[in-house]
Design a protein around this ligand. Structure first.
Ligand code: SF4
Length: 320
């Protein structure tokens, strides 16, 4: 598979302002030196607890937020260096699906206007063609043409997410960053939306960065999976390798919480102590050492780098 996007040393820091003078008292390191590639046609699942920086990473990759440092190479062009004007054609190719479709859809607009809007913004096609494309897209995502005149509040959560997906696909993008697209949905509806996303991926040759907070959601849909902790990727591997043979202690703890289909197959639950530390004040050394069940002395002194430990399988841990 060809590399579509290469992320190199990406950092997103946000200043913490204090006092009347609003002096910068430190930085929240939401994304801290992240590198990976996204290959054409794959789904890279990105998993971690809330606050680990995965959503910021997704937004920064799409240039919805400018990074503090690092590069986002899309077919060789560094998007971080482009101004808004030069970025516009790339925005067509890189789209986002949001977690809460209700919040991301304008409640005062009909489905017709919401789905057609991206074409209008980019000045594409005649009014007649826009209407036809909108109707075609509604059908593709499993919504009836009669729904075009309704408003977002008239739909269920799953239908609203279908509207969000239809809107994101109108510009025929190549890459979709899906930020927890099924987290707000009932479990019964989650599978339907995931299946729809998979069908659309095949039909439209899409590449997904699929963000989720637990490993069970991304298991079915992903080609590879990356696990994030406090702004960094701590493990990245092919799906089969990650689920069958997790190496990083944090991945092991996340996996131990995933229910197994066979009740006789016992898996010991690894409970982590405490909460995820603040990204404004991450622990020195390995950021996971304050919660790691197997931490040793060096873990609080030196930060382990993400390195390849087997073909296609990388992890950041001193003990591996
Ligand atoms: Fe645990 Fe140390 Fe490995 Fe970090 S480097 S995951 S603290 S064993």
């Amino acid at each position: 598979m060809n590399e579509l996007i290469e992320v190199k040393g990406l950092k997103s820091y946000y200043p913490i302002k204090r006092g009347v003078l609003q002096r910068t008292a430190g930085y929240v390191k939401a994304v801290d030196d992240v590198s990976f590639v996204l290959r054409e046609g794959e789904t890279l699942g990105l998993v971690g607890e809330s606050g680990c920086g995965k959503s910021t990473l997704g937004r920064t990759l799409l240039q919805l937020a400018k990074p503090t440092d690092g590069e986002v190479l899309y077919l060789g062009t560094d998007l971080t260096k482009l101004n808004q004007g030069r970025l516009k054609p790339y925005r067509r190719e890189l789209q986002m699906i949001f977690q809460d479709p209700y919040a991301s859809l304008n409640g005062r607009k009909t489905v017709r206007d919401i789905v057609k809007e991206p074409l209008l913004i980019h000045g594409l096609f005649t009014p007649q063609e826009r209407e036809e494309r909108m109707l075609m897209m509604l059908e593709k995502v499993g919504l009836r043409a009669a729904f075009a005149d309704r408003y977002p509040h008239e739909f269920s959560g799953g239908q609203r997410q279908r509207i969000g997906i239809a809107r994101a696909l109108m510009l025929r993008p190549k890459v979709i960053v899906a930020d927890e697209p099924v987290s707000a949905l009932d479990v019964s509806v989650q599978a339907q939306v995931l299946n729809l996303m998979q069908d659309l991926q095949e039909e439209l040759a899409l590449t997904y960065l699929f963000i989720a907070h637990d490993l069970s959601v991304v298991k079915h849909i992903s080609t590879r999976v990356g696990v994030m902790y406090l702004g960094r990727i701590v493990e990245l591997a092919d799906k089969a390798s990650l689920y069958a043979n997790p190496q990083h202690p944090y991945t092991k703890s996340l996996l131990s919480a995933v229910p197994v289909p066979n009740p006789k197959a016992k898996r010991e639950r690894i409970l982590l102590k405490g909460d995820i530390p603040s990204p404004a004040n991450p622990p020195v050394g390995c950021a996971f050492h304050t919660r790691c069940p197997v931490a040793v002395e060096i873990c609080s002194q030196r930060r382990p780098e993400l390195r390849e430990i087997a073909p296609g399988h990388s992890a950041a841990c001193h003990l591996i």
